[in-house]
Design a protein around this ligand. Structure first.
Ligand SMILES: [Mg+2]
Length: 372
């Protein structure tokens, strides 16, 4: 079996007004992502999604399209799609960075292999390590306190028992977390994610107040790359500290683990440049008794499916203790697949069909092309 063509489709899907995201990185109101479609001489097709957000990975749907067309697709054309590990390594050799573009192609390779073998991706990854329906936290934007409280209460009523609050975007963190705590009561688990938006001094200044409100996990308080700041926060607080933006690659993960900079790692296929790379990070962490959770860039259904398969298959994605967010489709106005990933309140079910288990609606995709 050989790869015969690689097609790319920029797609624009607005977020639901009530779900528009606000974080220390800015606003996310519309998703402009890239879908890929790989064809083979066996007639089996694979799909992938580059969840491109320039303020997160430096990629846009247009840069991802260009890098795929001119640099990454030539690596794949004529090759056997079953050679996923070596093809991913070759993509890394010809192109630094661009993890989301690489992940789109890599998940499409998995999709082809799964469809060819008639197996869902989680089976290819070693079989289910947990229930195929798992519980997520709700990721709450850094809204004004009143709105944050209102949305959090509504989400708890919908079944969520963990709310992650975005912080570090303005001077209202304490008021926001307090308003949410008052709205949801003492039983609901609250975590925070600063997306690297605090300096070390700011983090050390505000965290005692937030922990006093019952915050039980601190995600990426300080800027990406500043491992020493992350370690200083870890040493200063009693609750677990999670690295997210600080952990794109296996090398990042090794450095964070060896430096004892955090208590857990956030992994997911897009950020880590592929399903396999994310799994390798989770396995490395497991070897060092460090749990992992899963984070999100507000994916559409294709990348959400890839995340769900990884969560179900990898024993160290400990979403029972540390729920992740695999809820991107729920934030968007409409799906670009024929049968969306099943999401009911906090519960996500991994698709059961072969490969990723999603079927892209190409007609719909062509109708929502962004302006270049
Ligand atoms: Mg995060």
């Amino acid at each position: 079996m050989k790869i015969t063509h690689v097609e790319t489709y920029p797609v624009r899907v607005p977020l639901k007004p009530v779900r528009q995201m606000r974080s220390s990185l800015g606003q996310h109101r519309v998703s402009e992502f890239l879908l890929v479609r790989l064809g083979t001489d066996a007639g089996v097709e694979g799909v992938g999604e580059a969840t491109t957000t320039p303020n997160w990975s430096g990629e846009t749907c247009w840069t991802a399209q260009a890098i795929i067309r001119s640099v990454l697709a030539p690596v794949l054309l004529g090759e056997d799609p079953r050679q996923i590990e070596s093809l991913a390594a070759r993509m890394d050799r010809v192109c630094v960075g661009n993890p989301f573009a690489k992940a789109a192609l890599e998940m499409a390779l998995w999709d082809i292999v799964g469809k060819r073998e008639g197996k869902p991706l989680y089976e290819l990854l070693g079989g289910p390590a947990r229930e195929k329906r798992f519980r997520c936290r709700f990721s709450l934007g850094a809204y004004p306190p009143e709105k944050a409280a209102q949305v959090a209460a509504e989400r708890v009523a919908a079944g969520f028992d963990t709310i992650k609050i975005k912080v570090g975007a303005d001077s209202l963190d304490r008021q926001r977390v307090q308003a949410v705590r008052e709205a949801v009561g003492p039983e609901v688990t609250l975590t925070i994610d600063a997306n690297g938006g605090w300096s070390l001094e700011q983090a050390l200044d505000i965290l005692p107040e937030l922990l006093a409100l019952g915050v039980t996990l601190v995600e990426q308080p300080t800027p990406r790359g500043d491992d020493l700041a992350l370690r200083a926060v870890r040493q200063a607080v009693e609750v677990p500290v999670m690295a997210d933006e600080g952990c794109f690659t296996l090398t990042d993960a090794r450095r964070l683990i060896q430096g004892e900079c955090c208590d857990l790692l956030c992994v997911y296929p897009g950020k880590n440049a592929g399903v396999l790379a994310a799994a390798q990070i989770a396995t490395l962490a497991q070897q060092h008794q460090m749990p992992c959770s899963v984070g999100s860039n507000l994916e559409l259904d294709v990348a959400t499916a890839a995340m769900a398969h990884l969560v179900v298959a990898h024993p160290n994605l400990q979403v029972e203790r540390f729920p992740g967010d695999v809820l991107g489709p729920e934030y968007h106005e409409f799906p670009v697949v024929k049968r969306p990933v099943e999401i009911e309140g906090p519960w996500v079910s991994v698709p059961q069909g072969p490969g990723l288990g999603v079927e892209v609606d190409w007609q719909q995709v062509r109708q929502c092309r962004p302006e270049p």
